[in-house]
Design a protein around this ligand. Sequence first.
Ligand code: 5GP
Length: 194
Amino acid sequence: MERLKQKIMQEGNVLSDSVLKVDAFLNHQIDPVLMQEIGEEFAGRFAGAGVTKILTLESSGIAPSVMAGLSMGVPVVFARKKKSLTLMDDLYSAEVYSYTKRESNEISISKEYIGPEDTVLIIDDFLANGQAALGLMKLVERAGAKSAGIGIVIEKGFQEGGGELRKSGVRVESLAIIESLKQGNILFSKEEAT
Ligand code: 5GP
């Protein structure tokens, strides 16, 4: 997605050979016009997949997911990283290890919002080692729902998550794939999706 790549080039900050900071438009401040275009792009790519719900992870997955949900006309559920007082019983949960934060989180959704009648599109901001996506897939499985695949805003193609998910047969659509962040330079891969 050309507009997204331009934005990454203009406003992204390479923090190390493996971490990209996009707080200017996705992870802290949010560019609603770009999010709307991202939502429409996901809606186009997954049109015809029979999606009835979008599932994401708080907090950075919510903005692109809501815009995709608006375009597709389906509700958005975000998995919580901490159990809130109002989210105690009847949960589906899964462990997610975060390499960036070096900690494990239990993510949960209420059983009320995803069930066997659903076809779920998973959306997240970044794909790196694939732990977040795998955790979300476990929630879909535990709910007995079908999976339509995974939509990712920025995939770091030099980390193994995307390759492993695709090898296992999961449909992964990434709007920008970064091949390298070496020496502060952002290099995109020519392939944007499988
Ligand atoms: P994974 O579980 O695929 O290893 O990592 C995905 C999660 O880690 C995403 O939900 C995202 O929040 C975070 N993440 C991984 N790599 C980056 C990065 O380079 N930049 C930012 N901003 N977040 C990242």
